[in-house]
Design a protein around this ligand. Sequence first.
Ligand SMILES: [Ca+2]
Ligand SMILES: [Ca+2]
Length: 255
Amino acid sequence: MQRLLCLFVLPLALAASVASQEKKPPEKKVPPPRILYAVPLVAKPGEKQKLALRGMNLAAVKEVKASGADAAQVKVLGAKGVGVPNNYPGERVGDSEVEIELVLPKDAKPGAVKLTAVGPGGESNAYTVLVRDELPAVIEKEENGGFDTAQVLTRPCAVEGTIKGERDVDVFTFAGKKGDKVTVEVQAARFGSPLDGFLTVYDADRKVVASADDENGSADPVVTVTLPKDGAYFIALIDAHDLGGPNFAYRLVVK
Ligand SMILES: [Ca+2]
Ligand SMILES: [Ca+2]
């Protein structure tokens, strides 16, 4: 009898031990999504627009919430994984995106509108949308890669452009008067754009008047200059690391 019991109990014990091992698969924690930037980077108040929110762990997002503008509406159109170009860190350009339709009220305030993506791992950061302000908006036109092909601007304005590829240079020109105080500011990295802008202002003789790389703890440059004489001036914007691509977007404020 004793022997029979042993024969009976041993397989049971073995089976129980196997079951307890199978019960506990290694825990797989889904990380929360992260929004890095929007494509296009600049959103328009008072309009219905499509935006792709690019970042990490966004492929399973089904909901995006807006805050900071009462009448803002968001509809999720789809989400997917996207390829990361060679030599580009995924955490800077993003490996996935969620496409949304965003309706912003006319009185949406720049700096106030934030978007949060909700995924299986939880909520993302609250991403601050770069919203157009009252400055006239100008769309960048290629080819503007040199002094001779510089895009003509009228101050004040805000250019919406892209450093479209490696070593792309975007050049703009404006007419200035001696004593004018001019401020040129790049809005890009603070809104998640992978662009690390570098600005140079030249006079009509193509001599450097001022330049800037990073400002106030951000990669976005700001140049403030009192014009030394009447004449044409040039603004050149590049990526500080000579990188570029369709997502290296910026808003260039000239006032
Ligand atoms: Ca460009
Ligand atoms: Ca910079």
